[in-house]
Design a protein around this ligand. Structure first.
Ligand SMILES: [Zn+2]
Length: 335
């Protein structure tokens, strides 16, 4: 596969539009060629002859298995540096200028990788990526929901040592199936006490009730929130409080969460007044980038330029920046 898959000309207006992305996993930006090279370097079996074959799935469960395999190729700090640096390089090609990006320690700690190893590598990689490619990146530490509240709270303890200018918040990721989201209420409350922002993947492969639980728990953003419209009272609250949704419509289509982009509730959520944003989730895994996502969504819903600008500006509003930083970003991006 190519490093930065494109479906439109490099000078297409939506590709050139300076963008903000709030839902992208650093491991989900791993280039197949990089994964193959690092796996060979470390003698890690990938289970496929062609690394491109890792990036095929029909469900979130398939995807998560591939995600774990890809993670296994990253061992040393310099590997994580390369991962984060290439993420910035590819983001620049999509017009991304500011990104709040997840990293998932659970997938690495389990393999005996130290937190310091991944953290120092990723932090150095985003710094070099910003210097060379002009993409400013801040981080969100993701906990793996199916592991339960114990490992989640342990990770939060680990996060106390992280540079808080770089680590803005924590998130919860992975499948919702068989996961009682009420268990994460203490995690959200403890993270808030630490001054961290919080977000949770929910209403993706689980019901809108999971969104309601996490909103009640006090999260600052909902990741996906695809099922939001199933609960009208919840829609009212999410709209009234302008709780942002980091939507990933094409990811939802790729993982058979929704049938097609046209059938995705994104346009109805926008119409309802929700603060929806557009995001790539795991760009190399799905073979598209954020610019492609803007183009696909504009085409699927016949959105005009003003609507696409509004969606881009929503991401600035939803970013975890203080008011002066947000004003500076608005000025820089011409919002
Ligand atoms: Zn995600």
């Amino acid at each position: 596969m190519t490093n930065a898959p494109r479906s439109a000309a490099d000078d297409a207006p939506l590709r050139l539009l300076p963008k903000v992305e709030l839902h992208c996993h650093v491991e989900g930006t791993a280039r197949a060629a990089t994964v193959a090279e690092l796996a060979a370097k470390h003698g890690v079996p990938l289970g496929v002859d062609d690394p491109d074959d890792l990036y095929t799935y029909e469900s979130l469960a398939d995807f998560l298995a591939a995600f774990a395999t890809v993670c296994s190729a990253f061992v040393e700090a310099e590997d994580f540096h390369r991962l984060a640096y290439e993420a910035a390089e590819d983001a620049a090609a999509a017009g991304t200028r500011y990104r709040e990006m997840f990293f998932s320690p659970g997938f690495h700690l389990d393999r005996g990788i130290r937190f310091d190893t991944m953290w120092s590598g990723i932090v150095a990689g985003i710094a070099d990526g910003e210097a060379d490619h002009g993409v400013r990146t801040r981080l969100i530490m993701d906990i793996d929901k199916p592991k339960g509240i114990g490992p989640a709270m342990a990770l939060l303890e680990v996060a106390r040592v992280a540079d808080r200018d770089i680590l803005l918040g924590i998130g919860g990721d992975s499948t919702e199936r068989g996961v009682d989201h009420h268990m994460f209420e203490p995690l959200i409350s403890e993270a808030k006490k630490m001054g961290l922002k919080t977000c949770f993947h929910c209403g993706e492969d689980g019901p809108a009730e999971n969104i309601a639980i996490m909103v009640e728990a006090g999260v600052d953003r909902i990741d996906h929130g695809t099922r939001l419209l199933d609960l009208p009272d919840l829609v009212k609250r999410v709209v009234d409080e302008q709780i942002p949704l980091t939507s990933c419509p094409s990811s939802n289509v790729e993982l058979n969460i929704v049938e097609s982009l046209e059938a995705h509730p994104f346009a109805k959520q926008l119409d309802a007044g929700a603060l929806v944003t557009l995001n790539s989730d795991d760009p190399t895994f799905f073979r598209f980038d954020l610019a492609d996502e803007y183009e696909r969504v504009a085409s699927a819903f016949d959105f005009d330029e003003a609507t696409m600008l509004k969606i881009r500006d929503n991401a600035i509003d939803a970013a975890w920046l203080d008011d002066s930083d947000k004003a500076a970003l608005r000025a820089e991006l011409g919002a």
